[in-house]
Design a protein around this ligand. Structure first.
Ligand code: ADP
Ligand code: MG
Length: 217
């Protein structure tokens, strides 16, 4: 079944006379793992932001972006938050609490889960993804790669059916990249739909069904 459908989407940022996206159309089915790649500045992040209501960029838009047949702009906030997860390229913009364990719990709290579910799920996630050793640390003590992993695990912990990831391996070494690829491949096998933006060709080799190359508008 089709999950996301982008139809003839063109977009320009305010005060820019250049189109950041020009007539983009794509369709993504449930359980697909799609990689969007292309040169820096070709519009990958702009396109990804159109797929998540709270990240939609402000500007002039033509065309449509639908989730389960409904315009993303018209989704209610609860559905938008509980169905689609987004991991930004720079995890510093995304991590909002002081401690690692609290960051993991925060997303679940905001989705309204009970304390007992949160405790169990946080412990499960920490051990499954091998982050127990830094569980009690402050977020500010983590390396860039650890922050990247934490942001990803937070998005995964919420068990959202769709994950949107913007350059999830940027700044990571080869071994860390493999860990992320492995996590994403497991999620795909569990039936999650994953759309990731990347320009990391090694990462592309290790994961994904379908590579969509973007060219500059
Ligand atoms: P990519 O993620 O592929 O590197 P972006 O989606 O970030 O590309 O950018 C696409 C184009 O839109 C670029 O020309 C960029 O300079 C421009 N752009 C991105 N963000 C903004 C913004 N907030 N305001 C104005 N122009 C922007
Ligand atoms: Mg980008």
């Amino acid at each position: 079944m089709e999950k996301i459908k982008v139809d003839n989407l063109s977009f320009s940022y305010p005060k820019s006379d250049k189109l950041a996206l020009e007539s983009v159309s794509l369709s993504i089915k449930e359980s697909e793992f799609v990689v969007l790649c292309g040169k820096s500045g070709c519009g990958k992040s702009t396109l990804l932001r159109h797929l998540k209501k709270s990240m939609n960029p402000y500007g002039n838009k033509l065309g449509s972006v639908c989730f389960d047949g409904e315009e993303i702009e018209d989704m209610n906030d609860r559905d938008a938050a509980s169905k689609i997860g987004y991991v930004q390229q720079n995890p510093d913009n995304q991590l909002v609490t002081d401690k690692v364990w609290h960051e993991l719990a925060f997303g679940l709290e905001s989705l309204g889960y009970s304390n007992s579910v949160i405790k169990r799920r946080v412990a499960e996630m920490a051990s499954y993804f091998g982050i127990q050793t830094w569980f009690r640390k402050s977020v500010s003590e983590l390396s860039g790669g650890q922050k990247q992993r934490l942001a990803l695990v937070c998005a995964i912990a919420s068990r959202l059916p769709i994950l949107l990831l913007d350059e999830p391996t940027s700044g990571l070494g080869y071994a860390q990249m493999l860990v992320i690829a492995d996590i994403l491949n497991k999620l795909k096998e569990e039936g999650r739909t994953i759309i990731t933006v990347t320009h990391d060709s090694e990462f592309i080799k290790h994961c994904c069904d379908d590579v969509i190359r973007m060219e500059e508008a």
